[in-house]
Design a protein around this ligand. Structure first.
Ligand code: GDP
Length: 458
């Protein structure tokens, strides 16, 4: 998603080296690129206008630090403003789900038909049941979840929720087309109280367009249930049309958050910016696949970085941690934090983990643009052959040699080469890769992640 924006902005970054500050003259072209990029990403025109004028105001007169081009400095401003537009201005916990309600905490799902409401109900239920949510940054444990459908117009929708609930492993409250939505809600609430559910998620009927009767009905449900969360589910593929839909729902209901679905499609993602802008409500989640696991908490900062081609480093790390041995990763992270020496044993552990990472393509997509471009040119078969050879070399070393690579003089290298069946040059090549990594680790320790990202951002 937002590939065009990323490409355009990368082009912007490269322009105009050697100027000391951002001026009308040197930002004009770049601002035009930003404007086009946002329009291309299907952000609505008024939002683009306001955004660009905000960026311009912030940028003019800004000093361009020695190491940066004006392009990079401008992208810094764009990044900050984009993060803020996507909800960064709301504070670090704004996109968390609130469940602070006398149990059951009630979540009301609103949105047009086909937006992904029922799917998202299942995804959320699963996520809560597995304890994936957090409050004020702290995990708050697995929840007992009940879901119910108040969509009395489409019996198929009730059946669909039943299926989804079974897949999610949560409780499903049957309802039927001959009931009134409010009765369904009342029954479900009563049932949830009696059976000590922590959370009740109420899926509602949607229409193909904005429709007064639907709004009336969901308002009545809202008045009855008094949900702690009223989530507006919107299809990212709607692009600019999302603006009107969001406006209508926002006026009809006191929304508490937005879920943007189908970001995995060819949506240009502009909807994220527009919806946030017109509703003023935080985006809380994004849907990234049809599967129940395809729900991710929304991070404004990360989304802005991704847009700008710096890559979604933090998401990448999280995803990698899911795939790799968590114990090992934590040990390594602790070691890096403590500033311990990064030795060949750690290098070997890392290589072993690289082998375990499942879906490389989704990981690669999140790398900064310049890396993922390079990575896409890598022949993955060859890469895994390479990894196997490195492992062979490392396995032919003793524990001591791995802990103290400086021991590796010519005679030891010859022995290792013989043991792993590779020429000595290949051992040298691997050692120099290792040294690069080691110095990167040192840099990270010294300057932290932020500094490294800045270094990569050009
Ligand atoms: P509802 O009418 O609002 O309840 O929408 P549904 O939950 O039935 O979803 C409509 C269609 O969108 C279904 O085919 C879903 O599988 C699909 N869908 C929902 N969320 C996502 C998503 O995040 N990614 C993708 N690719 N498909 C989704």
């Amino acid at each position: 998603m937002l590939d065009n924006l990323t490409n355009r902005l990368s082009r912007v970054v490269k322009t105009l080296r050697g100027e000391a500050r951002l001026t009308e003259a040197n930002t004009q072209d770049m601002l035009r690129e930003v404007r086009l990029a946002l329009l291309e990403a299907d952000v609505s025109l008024p939002v683009v206008r306001e955004f660009v004028s905000r960026v311009k105001e912030k940028a003019l007169g800004e000093e361009v630090a020695n190491s940066l081009t004006p392009g990079q400095a401008l992208v810094g401003v764009v990044h900050k403003e984009l993060t803020s537009l996507m909800g960064g201005d709301l504070g670090p916990h704004a996109s968390e789900l609130s469940l602070a309600q006398q149990p059951p905490a009630i979540i009301l799902m609103a949105g047009l038909q086909g937006s992904g409401k029922t799917t998202t109900t299942g995804k959320l239920a699963r996520w809560l049941a597995e304890g994936g949510h957090s409050q004020n940054g702290h995990k708050s444990g697995k929840k007992k979840v009940l879901v119910v459908s108040a969509d009395v117009y489409r019996p198929a929708a009730i059946e669909q929720l039943k299926t989804v609930a079974a897949q999610a492993g949560v409780d499903f409250m049957p309802s039927s087309a001959d009931q009134k939505p409010e009765d369904i809600a009342r029954n479900a609430l009563d049932f949830a109280k009696r059976h000590h559910h922590d959370v009740l998620i109420v899926d509602t009927a949607g229409r193909l367009g904005i429709d007064e009767a639907m709004m009336q009905e969901i308002r009545a449900l809202h008045a009855l249930l008094k949900p702690i969360e009223t989530l507006f589910v919107v299809d990212a593929m709607l692009g600019q049309d999302a603006v009107n839909v969001a406006k209508a729902f926002n006026e009809a209901l006191p929304l508490t958050g937005v879920v943007l679905t189908k970001l995995d499609g060819d949506a240009r993602g502009g909807a994220a910016l527009s919806v946030r802008h017109v509703t003023g409500k935080p985006l809380k989640f994004v849907g990234v696949s049809e599967k129940l696991a395809g729900l991710e908490p929304f991070h404004p900062e990360r989304m802005a970085q991704r847009v700008l081609g710096m890559g979604d480093i933090l998401s990448l790390v999280e995803e990698a941690q899911k795939a790799i041995n968590v114990d090992e990763a934590q040990k390594l992270a602790a070691k890096m934090k403590a500033g311990d020496k990064f030795d060949l044993n750690d290098f070997r552990a890392q290589i072993a983990q690289m082998k375990n990472m499942g879906d490389m393509s989704s990981l690669l997509e999140k790398l900064p643009a310049q890396f993922s471009q390079a990575a896409s040119q890598v022949d993955s078969k060859q890469a895994s052959r390479q990894i196997r050879r490195m492992e062979g070399i490392l396995n032919s070393m003793t524990e001591m040699e791995r802990a103290k690579p400086e021991l590796l003089k010519a005679s030891r290298k010859r022995r290792i080469a013989a043991g792993s069946g590779v020429p000595v040059q290949e051992i040298n090549r691997m050692l120099s890769q290792f040294e690069q990594m080691q110095s990167m680790m040192k840099q990270m320790k010294k300057g932290g992640m932020a500094k490294m990202m800045r270094a990569m951002g050009g």
